[in-house]
Ligand binder design. Structure first.
Ligand SMILES: [Zn+2]
Length: 352
Protein backbone atom coordinates (compact mmCIF):
# COMPACT_ATOMS: atom_id res chain seq x y z
CA UNK A 1 0.00 0.00 0.00
CA UNK A 2 2.78 2.33 1.02
CA UNK A 3 4.55 1.57 -2.24
CA UNK A 4 1.43 2.35 -4.30
CA UNK A 5 0.97 5.63 -2.44
CA UNK A 6 4.53 6.71 -3.05
CA UNK A 7 4.23 5.80 -6.76
CA UNK A 8 1.01 7.84 -6.92
CA UNK A 9 2.74 10.71 -5.14
CA UNK A 10 5.58 10.67 -7.68
CA UNK A 11 3.11 10.50 -10.55
CA UNK A 12 1.21 13.48 -9.13
CA UNK A 13 4.47 15.38 -8.75
CA UNK A 14 5.43 14.64 -12.37
CA UNK A 15 1.95 15.76 -13.51
CA UNK A 16 2.12 19.01 -11.52
CA UNK A 17 5.62 19.74 -12.79
CA UNK A 18 4.58 19.18 -16.39
CA UNK A 19 1.54 21.46 -15.96
CA UNK A 20 3.73 24.11 -14.35
CA UNK A 21 6.42 23.71 -17.01
CA UNK A 22 3.82 23.77 -19.78
CA UNK A 23 2.27 26.95 -18.42
CA UNK A 24 5.67 28.60 -18.53
CA UNK A 25 6.51 27.39 -21.96
CA UNK A 26 5.04 30.41 -23.70
CA UNK A 27 8.16 32.54 -23.49
CA UNK A 28 11.91 32.32 -23.67
CA UNK A 29 14.92 34.58 -23.21
CA UNK A 30 17.13 35.66 -26.07
CA UNK A 31 20.11 37.92 -26.76
CA UNK A 32 19.29 38.02 -30.46
CA UNK A 33 17.84 41.49 -30.79
CA UNK A 34 17.27 43.33 -34.05
CA UNK A 35 17.33 47.11 -34.05
CA UNK A 36 15.76 49.17 -36.84
CA UNK A 37 15.59 52.92 -36.96
CA UNK A 38 14.22 55.71 -39.06
CA UNK A 39 13.65 59.44 -38.69
CA UNK A 40 10.46 61.36 -37.99
CA UNK A 41 7.93 60.38 -40.65
CA UNK A 42 6.79 62.45 -43.58
CA UNK A 43 3.31 63.18 -42.29
CA UNK A 44 2.22 65.16 -45.35
CA UNK A 45 4.01 63.37 -48.22
CA UNK A 46 2.70 65.45 -51.12
CA UNK A 47 3.85 68.61 -49.33
CA UNK A 48 7.18 67.02 -48.39
CA UNK A 49 7.89 66.10 -52.01
CA UNK A 50 6.39 69.14 -53.70
CA UNK A 51 8.77 70.66 -56.23
CA UNK A 52 9.15 73.94 -54.30
CA UNK A 53 10.05 72.27 -50.99
CA UNK A 54 13.71 72.98 -50.17
CA UNK A 55 13.85 69.80 -48.04
CA UNK A 56 12.50 67.60 -50.82
CA UNK A 57 15.73 65.85 -51.78
CA UNK A 58 16.88 65.39 -48.18
CA UNK A 59 13.51 63.88 -47.32
CA UNK A 60 13.69 61.58 -50.32
CA UNK A 61 17.00 60.23 -49.03
CA UNK A 62 16.60 60.18 -45.26
CA UNK A 63 12.91 59.71 -44.54
CA UNK A 64 9.93 57.48 -45.09
CA UNK A 65 6.27 58.44 -45.32
CA UNK A 66 3.49 57.58 -42.88
CA UNK A 67 2.02 55.11 -45.39
CA UNK A 68 5.36 53.40 -45.92
CA UNK A 69 5.73 53.10 -42.16
CA UNK A 70 2.26 51.56 -41.82
CA UNK A 71 3.20 48.89 -44.35
CA UNK A 72 6.41 48.22 -42.43
CA UNK A 73 4.50 47.76 -39.16
CA UNK A 74 2.10 45.33 -40.85
CA UNK A 75 4.98 43.35 -42.25
CA UNK A 76 7.00 43.27 -39.03
CA UNK A 77 3.97 41.86 -37.27
CA UNK A 78 3.35 39.31 -40.00
CA UNK A 79 7.00 38.23 -39.77
CA UNK A 80 6.64 37.50 -36.03
CA UNK A 81 8.66 40.38 -34.68
CA UNK A 82 7.61 41.86 -31.37
CA UNK A 83 8.74 45.02 -29.66
CA UNK A 84 11.14 44.82 -26.75
CA UNK A 85 12.62 47.63 -24.72
CA UNK A 86 16.21 48.57 -25.55
CA UNK A 87 16.68 49.15 -21.83
CA UNK A 88 15.88 45.46 -21.19
CA UNK A 89 18.74 44.27 -23.41
CA UNK A 90 21.69 45.26 -21.20
CA UNK A 91 22.67 45.78 -17.59
CA UNK A 92 25.66 46.94 -15.64
CA UNK A 93 27.45 44.31 -13.58
CA UNK A 94 30.13 46.02 -11.54
CA UNK A 95 32.10 48.13 -14.00
CA UNK A 96 31.07 46.16 -17.06
CA UNK A 97 27.91 46.53 -19.12
CA UNK A 98 26.67 43.15 -20.28
CA UNK A 99 24.04 41.93 -22.71
CA UNK A 100 20.96 40.85 -20.84
CA UNK A 101 18.69 38.18 -22.33
CA UNK A 102 15.33 39.67 -23.15
CA UNK A 103 11.98 37.94 -22.76
CA UNK A 104 9.97 37.11 -25.89
CA UNK A 105 6.99 34.82 -26.44
CA UNK A 106 7.94 31.49 -28.05
CA UNK A 107 7.95 31.94 -31.82
CA UNK A 108 8.47 35.70 -31.68
CA UNK A 109 11.64 37.64 -32.57
CA UNK A 110 12.91 40.53 -30.45
CA UNK A 111 12.91 43.91 -32.14
CA UNK A 112 13.86 47.39 -31.01
CA UNK A 113 12.51 50.29 -33.03
CA UNK A 114 14.12 53.68 -32.58
CA UNK A 115 13.55 57.08 -34.11
CA UNK A 116 16.11 59.83 -34.61
CA UNK A 117 15.99 63.61 -34.41
CA UNK A 118 12.62 63.81 -32.71
CA UNK A 119 12.79 67.52 -32.03
CA UNK A 120 10.76 68.84 -34.99
CA UNK A 121 13.36 71.43 -35.81
CA UNK A 122 11.64 74.79 -36.36
CA UNK A 123 13.49 75.14 -39.68
CA UNK A 124 11.55 72.16 -41.02
CA UNK A 125 8.14 73.34 -39.84
CA UNK A 126 5.47 73.53 -42.51
CA UNK A 127 7.54 71.37 -44.86
CA UNK A 128 5.91 67.98 -44.43
CA UNK A 129 6.53 66.78 -40.88
CA UNK A 130 4.28 67.30 -37.88
CA UNK A 131 4.91 70.28 -35.58
CA UNK A 132 4.77 68.51 -32.24
CA UNK A 133 3.61 65.56 -30.15
CA UNK A 134 0.68 66.40 -27.90
CA UNK A 135 -1.73 64.82 -25.44
CA UNK A 136 -5.28 65.31 -26.71
CA UNK A 137 -8.28 66.26 -24.57
CA UNK A 138 -8.97 62.55 -23.89
CA UNK A 139 -5.43 61.90 -22.72
CA UNK A 140 -4.21 60.16 -25.88
CA UNK A 141 -0.94 60.81 -27.67
CA UNK A 142 -1.44 62.63 -30.96
CA UNK A 143 0.33 65.03 -33.29
CA UNK A 144 -0.43 68.69 -33.84
CA UNK A 145 0.44 70.57 -37.01
CA UNK A 146 -0.61 73.90 -38.38
CA UNK A 147 -1.88 73.26 -41.91
CA UNK A 148 -3.08 76.25 -43.91
CA UNK A 149 -3.53 78.26 -40.72
CA UNK A 150 -5.54 75.58 -38.90
CA UNK A 151 -4.45 73.01 -36.33
CA UNK A 152 -4.56 69.46 -37.62
CA UNK A 153 -4.62 66.90 -34.81
CA UNK A 154 -3.81 63.44 -36.11
CA UNK A 155 -3.35 59.89 -34.84
CA UNK A 156 -2.06 58.39 -38.05
CA UNK A 157 0.79 60.54 -39.37
CA UNK A 158 3.70 59.97 -36.99
CA UNK A 159 5.32 56.90 -35.46
CA UNK A 160 4.22 57.61 -31.88
CA UNK A 161 0.42 57.55 -32.32
CA UNK A 162 0.75 54.99 -35.13
CA UNK A 163 2.56 52.49 -32.88
CA UNK A 164 0.13 53.28 -30.06
CA UNK A 165 -2.78 52.38 -32.34
CA UNK A 166 -1.06 49.35 -33.82
CA UNK A 167 -0.40 47.87 -30.37
CA UNK A 168 -4.01 48.52 -29.33
CA UNK A 169 -5.06 46.49 -32.37
CA UNK A 170 -2.33 43.85 -32.00
CA UNK A 171 -1.35 43.63 -28.30
CA UNK A 172 0.99 40.72 -29.05
CA UNK A 173 3.19 43.09 -31.09
CA UNK A 174 4.21 44.50 -27.71
CA UNK A 175 3.73 41.51 -25.38
CA UNK A 176 5.37 43.12 -22.35
CA UNK A 177 4.53 46.77 -22.90
CA UNK A 178 7.54 48.08 -24.84
CA UNK A 179 7.03 50.67 -27.57
CA UNK A 180 10.13 52.36 -29.01
CA UNK A 181 13.17 54.47 -28.24
CA UNK A 182 13.02 58.18 -29.02
CA UNK A 183 16.44 59.55 -29.87
CA UNK A 184 16.56 63.25 -29.19
CA UNK A 185 18.93 66.16 -29.41
CA UNK A 186 18.58 69.38 -27.43
CA UNK A 187 19.70 72.31 -29.58
CA UNK A 188 16.15 73.06 -30.78
CA UNK A 189 14.20 71.50 -27.96
CA UNK A 190 12.46 68.12 -27.91
CA UNK A 191 9.23 66.71 -29.36
CA UNK A 192 8.35 70.09 -30.87
CA UNK A 193 8.77 72.12 -27.67
CA UNK A 194 11.46 74.80 -27.58
CA UNK A 195 13.03 73.76 -24.31
CA UNK A 196 16.57 74.84 -25.16
CA UNK A 197 18.18 77.46 -22.92
CA UNK A 198 18.58 79.80 -25.89
CA UNK A 199 14.81 80.22 -25.92
CA UNK A 200 14.71 82.86 -23.20
CA UNK A 201 11.15 84.01 -23.91
CA UNK A 202 8.85 81.00 -23.69
CA UNK A 203 11.16 78.34 -22.29
CA UNK A 204 9.34 77.87 -19.00
CA UNK A 205 5.96 77.18 -20.63
CA UNK A 206 7.58 74.90 -23.19
CA UNK A 207 9.34 72.93 -20.44
CA UNK A 208 6.06 72.37 -18.62
CA UNK A 209 4.32 71.14 -21.78
CA UNK A 210 7.22 68.90 -22.80
CA UNK A 211 7.39 67.30 -19.35
CA UNK A 212 3.75 66.24 -19.54
CA UNK A 213 4.25 64.62 -22.94
CA UNK A 214 7.42 62.87 -21.74
CA UNK A 215 5.57 61.50 -18.70
CA UNK A 216 2.77 60.16 -20.89
CA UNK A 217 5.23 58.58 -23.33
CA UNK A 218 7.09 56.84 -20.52
CA UNK A 219 3.83 55.65 -18.97
CA UNK A 220 2.95 54.08 -22.34
CA UNK A 221 6.24 52.19 -22.70
CA UNK A 222 8.43 54.61 -24.64
CA UNK A 223 11.95 55.44 -23.58
CA UNK A 224 14.60 57.96 -24.57
CA UNK A 225 18.16 57.99 -25.82
CA UNK A 226 20.63 60.79 -26.28
CA UNK A 227 21.38 61.63 -29.88
CA UNK A 228 23.85 64.30 -28.63
CA UNK A 229 22.90 67.90 -27.88
CA UNK A 230 23.91 69.68 -31.07
CA UNK A 231 23.94 66.85 -33.66
CA UNK A 232 27.52 67.57 -34.70
CA UNK A 233 29.95 65.27 -36.48
CA UNK A 234 31.78 63.88 -33.46
CA UNK A 235 35.12 63.83 -35.23
CA UNK A 236 34.91 67.55 -36.02
CA UNK A 237 34.73 68.51 -32.35
CA UNK A 238 37.73 68.94 -30.08
CA UNK A 239 37.68 67.03 -26.81
CA UNK A 240 36.75 70.24 -25.01
CA UNK A 241 33.91 71.05 -27.39
CA UNK A 242 32.62 67.51 -27.05
CA UNK A 243 32.66 67.80 -23.26
CA UNK A 244 30.62 71.01 -23.55
CA UNK A 245 28.14 69.14 -25.74
CA UNK A 246 27.75 66.36 -23.18
CA UNK A 247 27.34 68.93 -20.41
CA UNK A 248 24.62 70.76 -22.33
CA UNK A 249 22.77 67.45 -22.69
CA UNK A 250 23.09 66.78 -18.97
CA UNK A 251 21.94 70.28 -18.03
CA UNK A 252 19.11 70.82 -20.50
CA UNK A 253 17.73 67.51 -21.73
CA UNK A 254 18.38 64.97 -19.00
CA UNK A 255 16.27 66.90 -16.47
CA UNK A 256 13.39 66.59 -18.94
CA UNK A 257 13.63 62.94 -19.99
CA UNK A 258 15.45 61.46 -17.00
CA UNK A 259 18.67 59.50 -16.81
CA UNK A 260 19.58 58.15 -20.22
CA UNK A 261 21.87 55.15 -20.55
CA UNK A 262 21.71 54.92 -24.33
CA UNK A 263 23.86 57.06 -26.61
CA UNK A 264 22.98 57.14 -30.30
CA UNK A 265 25.77 58.63 -32.41
CA UNK A 266 24.74 61.41 -34.82
CA UNK A 267 25.52 60.25 -38.38
CA UNK A 268 26.55 56.91 -36.85
CA UNK A 269 30.06 58.33 -36.35
CA UNK A 270 31.89 57.10 -33.27
CA UNK A 271 35.24 57.61 -31.60
CA UNK A 272 35.48 55.00 -28.90
CA UNK A 273 39.26 54.58 -28.99
CA UNK A 274 42.20 56.90 -29.34
CA UNK A 275 45.15 56.28 -31.67
CA UNK A 276 46.73 53.97 -29.11
CA UNK A 277 43.68 51.75 -28.72
CA UNK A 278 42.74 53.16 -25.34
CA UNK A 279 39.33 54.57 -24.50
CA UNK A 280 39.22 58.05 -26.07
CA UNK A 281 38.66 61.14 -23.96
CA UNK A 282 35.36 61.74 -25.74
CA UNK A 283 34.14 58.24 -24.99
CA UNK A 284 35.21 58.59 -21.37
CA UNK A 285 33.08 61.75 -21.10
CA UNK A 286 30.11 59.72 -22.29
CA UNK A 287 30.83 56.95 -19.77
CA UNK A 288 31.19 59.57 -17.01
CA UNK A 289 27.80 61.00 -18.02
CA UNK A 290 26.22 57.58 -17.38
CA UNK A 291 25.90 56.15 -20.87
CA UNK A 292 26.19 52.36 -20.94
CA UNK A 293 25.28 51.23 -24.44
CA UNK A 294 26.31 52.89 -27.71
CA UNK A 295 24.34 52.69 -30.93
CA UNK A 296 25.76 53.17 -34.41
CA UNK A 297 24.40 52.68 -37.90
CA UNK A 298 24.99 49.50 -39.86
CA UNK A 299 23.02 47.21 -42.14
CA UNK A 300 24.48 44.03 -40.63
CA UNK A 301 23.22 42.89 -37.25
CA UNK A 302 25.85 43.90 -34.70
CA UNK A 303 25.10 43.76 -31.00
CA UNK A 304 28.32 42.92 -29.27
CA UNK A 305 31.46 44.28 -27.64
CA UNK A 306 34.11 46.52 -29.10
CA UNK A 307 37.39 45.42 -27.57
CA UNK A 308 40.59 47.43 -27.63
CA UNK A 309 44.10 46.38 -26.87
CA UNK A 310 43.64 47.00 -23.18
CA UNK A 311 40.68 44.69 -23.27
CA UNK A 312 38.13 47.26 -22.24
CA UNK A 313 34.76 46.25 -23.48
CA UNK A 314 32.21 48.66 -24.84
CA UNK A 315 28.72 47.37 -25.51
CA UNK A 316 27.80 48.48 -29.00
CA UNK A 317 24.66 47.98 -31.04
CA UNK A 318 24.30 48.87 -34.68
CA UNK A 319 20.97 49.87 -36.11
CA UNK A 320 19.71 49.12 -39.58
CA UNK A 321 18.44 52.24 -41.25
CA UNK A 322 15.07 52.46 -42.94
CA UNK A 323 15.05 55.50 -45.20
CA UNK A 324 14.36 56.50 -48.78
CA UNK A 325 17.78 55.25 -49.87
CA UNK A 326 17.62 51.77 -48.34
CA UNK A 327 14.05 51.28 -49.59
CA UNK A 328 14.94 52.47 -53.07
CA UNK A 329 17.97 50.23 -53.43
CA UNK A 330 15.92 47.33 -51.99
CA UNK A 331 18.61 46.64 -49.44
CA UNK A 332 18.82 42.87 -48.93
CA UNK A 333 19.29 43.32 -45.18
CA UNK A 334 15.73 44.58 -44.90
CA UNK A 335 14.09 41.49 -46.41
CA UNK A 336 13.77 39.56 -43.12
CA UNK A 337 11.61 42.44 -41.92
CA UNK A 338 9.69 43.58 -45.00
CA UNK A 339 9.94 43.75 -48.75
CA UNK A 340 11.28 47.25 -49.59
CA UNK A 341 9.75 47.07 -53.09
CA UNK A 342 6.28 46.66 -51.58
CA UNK A 343 6.84 49.48 -49.12
CA UNK A 344 8.38 52.14 -51.38
CA UNK A 345 5.72 54.63 -52.44
CA UNK A 346 6.41 55.33 -56.11
CA UNK A 347 3.16 57.32 -56.34
CA UNK A 348 4.38 60.16 -54.17
CA UNK A 349 8.18 60.13 -54.24
CA UNK A 350 10.09 62.05 -56.92
CA UNK A 351 11.90 59.82 -59.37
CA UNK A 352 15.67 59.90 -58.95
ZN1 LIG B 1 20.34 62.33 -36.43
Amino acid sequence: MKKILSVLFILMLVLLCSIFYGANQDYEYTTTVEHLFTHCLLAYPSLAFSSDNPMRLDYNQDCITKDEFQKILDSLYKNDFCLVSLYDTFEKQGDIVVKKPVKVPIGKKALVLSFDDVNYDHKKMGLGMVDKIIIDSSGNLATSTIVKGKEDISYSNEFIPMIENFVKKHPDFSPYGAKGTINITGYDGILGYRTQSKNTETRQQELEKAKKVVAKLKENGWNFASHSYGHYHMKNLTDQQFLEEVTLWENEVEPLVGETKVYVYPYGEWQVFDNYGNISKKHQYLIDAGFEIFCGVGMKTFFSYLPNKNNHKVLFMDRKVIDGNTLRRKDANLYPFFDPANVYDYSVRPSV
